[in-house]
Write a protein that binds this ligand. Structure first.
Ligand code: ADP
Ligand code: LRH
Length: 497
């Protein structure tokens, strides 16, 4: 029996997709069946000095996904949208979008971590926001606009974070979903209120922030004109865990009890799920984030540069007409020599777009290591370095949470890189359980089912994932000594145990 049908849009920094989720019950055995009906690239656009998202193109793709769902005969009852964190659009007094949203990698936030840190105090910022200071956090973006005397910011009446903005375009309803709100660094997770005092001190207008709504809130139905345009019925939008990372954590197939996870895509988010934030001195020193999650959880996690580095190498090689797939890159990495050179993936030079192979080479040259030349050597260097960074972040998570984890759950697009999963298991000396790939979209669907009372809670949701999707296990190999030695080199290189 078909219990419920929902539609999820998951927009990552590199691509977006629409998945249909059908919740079924066969003789008391519930399962979730997912079908991908639409996939599209997410390509930022450089305009003058600024980097923007093509928000209208993304809206067009979402509309296309809704239309396709009904054309293909799915009796969709609701939809939800999750996206990458921190970014936003500003609405004027008439509810119209003021300008193209900035991409979080726009250089206008360069230097602002230090500037706001000096103004407010790094300790105070962390105590109040509980977040790793990343240059892209909404606070720095708004401060950059303020410093530029942005007429947009002056005219702004409402700030809508990207998923809320897309939902607004489709329904006309304005909400601020909680998990995204906690990525702004302007929200206080302990007090559970906006940090209006900090806004005042930075001259960021408090009027533009809406009261956060919890994941699972019903936003409203598709607007009449959208239904007419797409020739679809008035289905409801649900504010899911609209931050993609939080949706992904919902779909980690862990049994009850503490677990460690790695959400592996453009970024690598490694951490554990908690009931309350940990905002200690040690957490501040290690710069761990406490992000609001689904179902009253907090995610203590480290934001690691991730497969962005490989993605950017691939983009550069593709542009030079040496087109290569991620699969081929993994193959070439497999045949390259092990532990030749390593990078600190979180070195600031790797953050901005462009020239990535050259940045890796200069890092290796500066640190007196062999310089990677071939694509395989670059890819091997990136994948080994990421695996070592994961070991470091898992150790730190354990220290902060006072837990020991038997292994690591990996979810997200990056787990299609089997070599990375293998390397991670070897670096950790513990098993890696990988799957599902489309964790964010699946978590998005599950929160819709929870909102409709078809699924009880997070635990029920995770049981459904475990029952519905294949999970692969990677055991460490017998090259422990080599990985331990490489880890010591990595720690010496990055300087933080
Ligand atoms: P995001 O949602 O952040 O855009 P995804 O979760 O879609 O990212 O993951 C994208 C990453 O997954 C890419 O950077 C790439 O490294 C990896 N990837 C995607 N497809 C494959 C594949 N077929 N083989 C190996 N890796 C892949
Ligand atoms: C991953 C992610 C991550 C960061 C970044 C901006 O897609 O959401 O959690 O916040 O994007």
């Amino acid at each position: 029996t078909l219990l419920s049908v929902a539609l999820a849009f998951d927009l990552g920094a590199s691509s977006g997709r629409a998945l249909i989720g059908e919740l079924t019950d066969e003789c008391g055995r519930q399962q979730l069946r997912v079908t991908e009906i639409h996939r599209f690239p997410n390509r930022p656009v450089q305009v003058g000095r600024h980097l923007h998202w093509d928000i209208l193109q993304l809206l067009q793709e979402v509309k296309g996904g809704i239309r396709k769902a009904f054309q293909q005969g799915y009796a969709v009852e609701s939809f939800g949208i999750d996206t990458w964190g921190v970014d936003f659009g500003l609405l004027d007094a008439n509810g119209e979008l003021l300008g193209n949203p900035y991409h979080y990698r726009d250089p206008h936030t360069d230097g602002l971590i230090a500037e706001i840190g000096a103004l407010i105090g790094k300790g105070e910022l962390y105590e109040q926001g509980g977040l790793q200071s990343m240059p892209f956090n909404t606070i720095y973006q708004l401060y950059a606009m303020k410093k530029a005397d942005s007429p947009q910011l002056q005219a702004a009446q409402t700030l809508l974070l990207t998923p809320d903005l897309l939902v607004y375009f489709l329904t006309g309803c304005k909400v601020c979903e909680f998990t995204m709100a906690t990525t702004t660094q302007l929200y206080m997770p302990l007090e559970q209120v906006w940090n209006t005092r900090l806004m005042e001190r930075l001259d960021i207008p408090a009027r533009i922030f809406l009261e956060p709504s919890l994941p699972g809130t019903l936003v409203g139905p598709l607007a009449d004109d959208v239904c007419l345009e797409l020739n679809v019925p008035k289905i409801d939008a649900v504010a899911v865990g609209t931050h993609d990372t939080e949706s992904a954590v919902v779909a980690v197939p862990a049994p009850p009890g503490p677990f460690a996870y790695l959400v592996c895509g453009t970024w690598s988010l490694l951490g554990t799920e908690l009931d309350t934030p940990i905002i200690s001195e040690e957490a501040r020193e290690l710069e761990f984030s406490n992000e609001g999650g689904v179902g009253g959880t907090y995610q203590l996690l480290k934001n690691i540069m991730g497969l962005w580095i490989l993605q950017e190498c691939k983009r550069e090689w593709d542009e030079r007409d040496e087109t290569v797939s991620f699969q081929e890159l993994a193959e070439e990495a497999r045949s390259a020599a092990p532990f030749r050179s390593m990078i600190d993936p979180d070195d600031a030079r790797f953050y901005g777009p462009g020239g990535m192979p050259g940045k890796i080479q200069s890092y290796c040259r500066e640190t007196n290591q062999p310089v990677p030349e071939s694509k395989g050597e670059h890819a091997r260097c990136i994948l080994e370095s990421l695996a070592l960074r994961y070991r470091q972040a898992l150790d730190q998570t354990e220290r902060l949470a006072g837990q020991r984890f038997d292994g690591l759950h990996m979810v997200g697009g990056g787990i299609q890189n089997e070599l990375l999963c293998r390397f991670t298991a070897c670096a950790l000396g513990r098993p890696v359980w990988s799957g599902p790939v489309e964790a964010s979209a699946i978590g998005n669907l599950l929160v819709q089912f929870i909102a409709k009372g078809k699924c009880a809670d997070l635990q029920h949701a995770r049981r459904l994932v475990a029952a519905s999707f294949p999970i692969d296990t990677y055991e460490p190999l017998d090259d422990r000594a080599e990985w331990d030695f490489a880890y010591r080199r990595f720690i010496a290189l990055t300087g933080t145990p």
